[in-house]
Write a protein that binds this ligand. Structure first.
Ligand code: ADP
Ligand code: MG
Length: 537
């Protein structure tokens, strides 16, 4: 198969260099390696005390908010231990960092929730040291998991969610890359509390800082505990002194602060004071995009608009049309937490419902489950909230979605009625159990297909194929894309158990993807669901 790489010129390999190395692949590997080496060196320079304890071997994760490294260390007598070092971006908000640490220290370390060993800080660089769990890439194993493995995976995910929900932690970013899975050892770990929020009665003290603007005026009874020195063995509420003392210089929060940006200033009496600007930067960006989004959606045949819960009589002329008038554009937008990954966001998040609960994590678990049952990942792929909502409607039904939204005070308009789909039929069709479903040809499958350097041309070819295969569906949810969203390859699929998926599986899926957060199944209930009969807690 021919691989075409469309890259910006600045990153394109020089042809002569390519010839010397023999292949683009080896050039890229070398290039990556030297980049990683440089990053490791930079990390040692930024936090020199790491050198005394760890030998950093590789970079294993790089996201918007952190880089994660694999290191080894001789921490106790005995063999070397493998450690994951999470280096948070220096612009992370101090309270956000402290809250992430507190989630790990208070709720972590058991029931499949990642724990923490140490935390290091030098100036504005913070590194969290955690036990390393070698894990699979979800996309790589999706095709080969047996049905029993899927059962175990979901059971262990609910175990982790039950644990954090008991502590009043809403994770907000439940997705496969944040739930590490070691298939061989049958080990699991929920990671990444970087977007976590507290419930109203959260036991994680610092999460109260990252809560709603309603609390913005309250003085900091959530005292930030200070541990001085650069190496910290963490207790429940450790935060670096420097982070506490220099907050005014760090008001730019790159990691979204979900409800509101919080500025921390020194009060007159020298104590910490909290100020909230009630500004949801992310939301504002969305508001300015609103017109384009509406137009885009309308072009694809579905017209919809989400409004706040104001009565119809108070709306303007553009109500129920495909336009957004200047009155509407100038309305004060409702501020609600939106953090997370679009394809995993619950309807109440997508419609900016201000009262969000742990139920949003259960929806995300449902999206993982539908991926596992259908063999498609990512299942929903949307770049904006309204498209994500439209995609949910095509699976769960437009009338049902509108009905559920009413229960949390949102009204959704949809020009076209789409029926709810039978989850079993849908998953079986996508999985290829239905004999009428054409299989994908091998030239668009395999690990390379989700290489982000793949050309648009290749993607389009895949997309066309998938759209033809599923012409009876809306086509948007299942097509190939840059990150790969491929169906099952009959050669690699472990058919064990897949021919007899019990009704309980689809009942549980239905209860996870309950459009109404108030009736959605909880993690505790899910563990007791008949789908997990004979599984030990
Ligand atoms: P981010 O906030 O940047 O998403 P995460 O905490 O999710 O950071 O970590 C990013 C990636 O690093 C994870 O998807 C996982 O692959 C890897 N990772 C994180 N923690 C560990 C760990 N304790 N053991 C092994 N790998 C880890
Ligand atoms: Mg993550």
């Amino acid at each position: 198969m021919e691989i075409q790489v469309d890259e910006p010129m600045a990153f394109s390999p020089r042809r002569d260099r390519l010839q010397v190395d023999g292949s683009l692949k080896s050039y890229e590997q070398n290039f990556k390696l030297s980049g990683v080496k440089k990053d490791i060196e930079k990390l040692y320079e930024a936090v020199p005390q790491l050198r005394n304890v760890f030998r950093i071997k590789d970079k294993i994760g790089e996201g918007t908010f952190s880089s994660v490294y694999l290191a080894t260390a001789q921490l106790q007598v005995g063999p070397e231990e493998k450690i994951a070092l999470k280096h948070l971006i220096p612009t992370s908000h101090p309270i956000r960092i402290a809250a992430e640490l507190q989630c790990l220290t208070v709720a972590g370390g058991q029931d499949n929730v990642m724990g923490v060993k140490y935390c290091f800080r030098k100036n504005d660089h913070v590194v969290i040291a955690m036990p390393y769990l070698e894990h699979e890439s979800f996309l790589d194993i999706l095709n080969s998991l047996s049905f029993q493995e899927v059962r175990e995976y979901m059971f262990n995910l609910f175990k982790a969610l039950k644990r954090i929900h008991q502590f009043g932690i809403v994770h907000r970013d439940v997705k496969p890359s944040n739930f590490l899975y070691n298939r061989r050892l049958k080990k699991y770990a929920l990671v990444d509390f970087g977007l976590a929020q507290g419930t109203h009665d959260t036991k994680i003290e610092l999460l109260r800082f990252v809560q709603s603007e309603a609390q913005q005026e309250s003085r900091s009874e959530n005292k930030v505990h200070v541990i001085s020195g650069n190496k910290m063995s963490l207790s429940g509420s450790a935060v670096p002194r420097e982070l506490e003392q220099q907050p005014t210089t760090k008001t730019s929060v790159k990691r979204p602060y979900t409800h509101a940006q919080i500025q921390i200033k020194q009060g007159k009496d020298g104590k910490l004071m909290k100020q909230s600007k009630a500004v949801d930067v992310i939301y504002r960006k969305l508001a300015t995009k609103k017109k384009a989004v509406s137009a885009k959606v309308m072009n694809s045949g579905v017209m919809k608009k989400t409004t706040s819960s104001c009565p119809v009589s108070l709306t303007c002329d553009c109500y129920a049309t495909d336009k957004v008038c200047s009155i509407c554009l100038s309305r004060r937008q409702q501020v609600a937490p939106r953090a997370g990954t679009p394809g995993f966001r619950a309807p109440e998040v997508l419609t900016k419902c201000p009262n969000q609960t742990t139920a949003i994590d259960m929806w995300s678990a449902g999206v993982i489950f539908i991926s596992l049952l259908s063999g498609r990942y990512p299942f929903y792929k949307a770049s904006d909230d309204l498209t994500a909502l439209a995609q949910i409607m095509t699976i769960r039904g437009s009338r049902e979605t509108i009905q559920a939204a009413k229960t949390f005070g949102k009204s959704i308009l949809c020009s076209k009625e789409v029926p709810a789909q039978d989850l079993r039929k849908l998953c079986e069709k996508l999985r290829g159990i239905d004999a009428n479903t054409p299989k994908l040809t091998s030239d668009i499958q395999g690990p390379a297909s989700h290489d982000p350097t793949f050309s648009e041309k290749t993607d389009h070819k895949a997309a066309r194929l998938l759209q033809t295969s599923h012409a009876q569906h809306s086509g948007h949810l299942y097509k190939g894309n840059r990150n790969g969203c491929w169906g099952l390859d009959a050669h690699t699929t472990n058919l064990e158990g897949w021919d007899m998926v019990p009704d309980e599986a689809y009942d549980l899926l239905d209860r996870l993807l309950d459009l109404n957060p108030a009736s959605r199944i909880t993690a505790e209930e899910a563990l007791l669901h008949p789908f997990f009969k004979n599984m030990n807690l």
